[in-house]
Design a protein around this ligand. Structure first.
Ligand code: NGQ
Ligand code: ZN
Length: 455
């Protein structure tokens, strides 16, 4: 597939920044970008065509432990006890395992409507902390998995230097995450050489607790950081807010906004615990709030102040993070439902009378996700990448739905997959619900998991 791409398509309805447009013709060049429309024969795409959703936050290996941390432990379970389970699981993952898990995950992402993924990658070294013979081996496993699945990757190698705000050293299990500054910059430089149409490299600081202030300043001043996306985990847990207040005299988001030039190149992942002042400052900065509602619910993180943030015109996107769920519609649905449950009201993301929740959140997440990815995606217009979804117009759920109800139906009620076909960079990767290489990738995933289970 992919060698003979028909260049002209026509769709009954295409989602644009102005809403649904009718009878749209699209032409795609041989690099997989949309061009201004040419005349001539055109293949019919389907009835409802949407831009594919960017997934702005992923730790691919965690997909393989989904469902393995839902049993009560000895003490009060929390984010921190989950993290111990996750670290123990991570210790069994090397390059082959990572490739098998990530490829399976990326196939599932594509089938649910994600066409791009930002991989926040920190499993760099061997389990005992020794670098692999090829120091970028784990990164290459992710690059290869994305290529096999046909998803676009923004690879974010993570800088991780200390085990807490007090600068304590990494624990034995964290050692494989760690770099000193020169070796981190070398990794970035090496990975940037692999960049192509479907691979962008950016920077990730694991968190304020894992990156000391002077290291942060040096990375941000490096040549490698000149123009790429920058991601950071921030203010996910209350304990982290308290530690930051105690050691740095400010709340995490406040501190970051005071100490770095945070702008639209930045993605602040989670940003759950915000004061009113931080909410409006973050919105004004133009940075993306990287929300991961199903993981945040699963880990007991708390609720993002969505209404205030939207009223302040803040930018947001979604990620599947730990992959307890792999579905953009479920992320957006739970983003809204969390707000409804805590406020005892409805239609929170829709800020003006007549607005739809789905038609607010889906485009918001397209825009924020595209910014976070550092790629020309999230919109179907000339010059953008041809990354698109065709919904199943024969699905019972969509019967007699007019265009004002399609996205809300997809988002709130689309549990049986409504994504029928998926194109990434002009190539079909999913057709009629089937991914082009799903059987082989799933078979390898199963044997990998069986091997891991026997260890
Ligand atoms: C992570 N995940 O890096 O995988 C983190 C847990 C940490 C989430 N925060 C580890 N959801 O934050 O130290
Ligand atoms: Zn994360």
């Amino acid at each position: 597939m992919g060698a003979t791409i028909p260049t002209n398509y026509v769709a009954d309805r295409v989602w644009t920044t102005q809403g649904w447009a009718g009878d749209v013709r699209m032409s795609i060049d041989d690099r997989g970008y949309l061009t201004s429309t040419a005349s001539g024969e055109a293949e019919r795409l389907g009835h409802w065509v949407l831009p594919g959703m960017p997934n702005l936050h992923s730790h691919a290996f965690q997909r393989a432990m989904a469902g393995l941390a839902e049993r009560k432990g000895r003490s009060d379970d929390s984010f921190w006890t989950w993290r111990e389970t996750m670290y123990a699981f991570a210790a069994a993952i090397g390059p082959d395992e990572l490739k098998a898990i990530a490829a399976q995950l990326y196939v599932e992402m594509l089938k649910s409507g994600y066409t791009q993924v930002c991989e926040f990658h920190y499993l760099h070294h061997q389990p005992d902390g020794t670098p692999y013979a090829q120091p970028e081996a784990m990164s290459l496993a992710l690059i290869e998995a994305a290529r096999e699945a046909g998803i676009t990757l923004t690879l974010l190698p993570v800088l991780y230097m200390s085990g807490g705000f007090d600068g304590r050293p990494l624990t034995p299990r964290q050692r494989r995450f760690g770099h000193d500054l020169p070796s981190y910059l070398r990794l970035l430089e090496t990975l940037q050489k692999y960049e192509n149409e479907k691979l962008r490299v950016g920077i990730a600081l694991h968190s304020l607790r894992a990156v000391p202030e002077d290291a942060m300043r040096n990375v941000l001043a490096s040549d490698a950081a000149k123009s790429c996306p920058i991601h950071i985990h921030i203010a996910e847990q209350l304990g982290e807010v308290q530690d930051c207040l105690a050691t740095r005299g400010a709340r995490p988001v406040e501190w970051l906004l005071d100490h770095a030039d945070v702008d639209a190149r930045w993605t602040l992942v989670h940003a759950t615990h915000l004061s009113a002042g931080e909410t409006s400052r973050l919105a004004r900065s133009g940075a993306v709030a990287g929300l991961c509602p199903t993981t945040e619910a699963n880990l007991g993180d708390g609720l993002f102040p969505l209404a205030d943030y939207l009223d302040a015109h803040g930018t947001l996107g979604v990620g599947s993070d730990s992959h307890i769920s792999v579905s953009p519609v479920e992320e957006l649905r739970w983003l809204e439902y969390g707000q409804r449950l805590s406020s005892c009201h409805r239609n929170i993301a829709a800020r003006r009378q007549g607005d739809s929740v789905g038609e607010t959140l889906w485009p918001a997440a397209l825009r924020g996700g595209a910014l976070a990815s550092g790629l020309p995606i999230g919109e179907l217009r000339a010059g953008a990448r041809a990354d698109l979804l065709v919904l199943d117009d024969r699905a019972a759920l969509l019967a007699a739905r007019d265009e004002h109800a399609v996205i809300d139906s997809f988002l709130f009620a689309g549990n049986a997959p409504l994504v029928r076909d998926v194109m990434v960079g002009g190539e079909w990767v999913v057709r009629h619900f089937v991914h082009r290489d799903e059987e082989r990738i799933a078979a390898r995933y199963r044997s990998t998991m069986e091997r891991l289970a026997q260890r």
